[in-house]
Design a protein around this ligand. Sequence first.
Ligand SMILES: NC(=O)c1ccc[n+]([C@@H]2O[C@H](COP(=O)([O-])OP(=O)(O)OC[C@H]3O[C@@H](n4cnc5c(N)ncnc54)[C@H](OP(=O)(O)O)[C@@H]3O)[C@@H](O)[C@H]2O)c1
Length: 325
Amino acid sequence: MKAITIPEPGEADALVPADVPTPEPAQGQVRIRVGAAGVNRADVMQRKGFYPPPPGASEYPGLEVSGTVDALGEGVDGWQVGDEVCALLEGGGYADYVCVPEGQVLPVPSGVSVEDAAALPEVVSTVWANVFMTANLMPGQTLLVHGGSSGIGTMAIQLAREVGARVAVTAGSAEKLEACRTLGAEVLVNYREQDFVEVLRAATAGAGADVILDNMGAKYLARNVDALAVNGRLVVIGLQGGAKAELDLGKLLRKRAAVVATSLRARPASEKAAIVAAVREHVWPLVESGRVKPVIQSRHPLGEAAAAHQELEASGHIGKILLLP
Ligand SMILES: NC(=O)c1ccc[n+]([C@@H]2O[C@H](COP(=O)([O-])OP(=O)(O)OC[C@H]3O[C@@H](n4cnc5c(N)ncnc54)[C@H](OP(=O)(O)O)[C@@H]3O)[C@@H](O)[C@H]2O)c1
């Protein structure tokens, strides 16, 4: 089969299409003939050599795919050859075929094409696990999403809106903020021109955000703590602004607030399966009703994965970028 390999970490041209052995499904795994693969910021980190695959995972990049079940490992009872599915992976999605534990597989939601379904597993699982399972966002509360127009952000806005929360976002351009508004964000902050702490306070009568979903890490830590409401929860999922910063525990203590940092990829298969099951129960009905949609910026042939990475890194996109084998 064809896969995108990374012989040496580096810039986008480090992604090299190659002929590699087709993987065989192990016990409890299904093999998917890939129809489309989602491109994630984590894939860029892996390409640069900063985010190696966990032990036992495929060495090829790609954390989510959609396609058709093509072979079953021993003991698989939830899926059949020919099923149209999408899946959350530990790696290996940039390929013609990929194997994945059956608990990380979801049916393609009705009303969504097989191709478009590749835009769902990673963002939906990340948002559900962090904003709802970990931070317990409730109706009527305020969620601040940094990078509101990102793949993650476009899904976080829609899901928070659906549970009846109020959504505030940061983004770097008026066009991106307008896209966030269309998806349901009510408080729009252009972080290049405005201070999100001030805008949040003004928009919440001084209260701040109950939950913050953060992609920036160190650079935003102090201001995120300032922007948190009493009992607020800051969930850090990205370190685009660095990993080390000073945390004022006094401010956290006075607010009875929490800071959590998580990675989906590093979780064991059993935890991923629990998240995927919760997604199927809580999010899939919203997608099947048409209320929540994958937001897709562009599609590239698998062999042009380098161009897809350049597009992601240029950061002009809104939503997801897909690769098509
Ligand atoms: N921990 C996990 O399990 C997990 C899982 C999935 C994703 N993630 C993380 O979630 C983040 C989003 O992932 P993605 O794949 O959706 O990435 P993406 O589409 O490439 O989005 C990255 C976003 O960062 C924004 N950004 C850059 N500088 C910013 C700043 N100073 N303030 C606010 N936003 C800024 C960019 O928007 P502007 O142009 O507006 O700056 C862009 O929308 C990444 O950090 C990724 O690593 C974590």
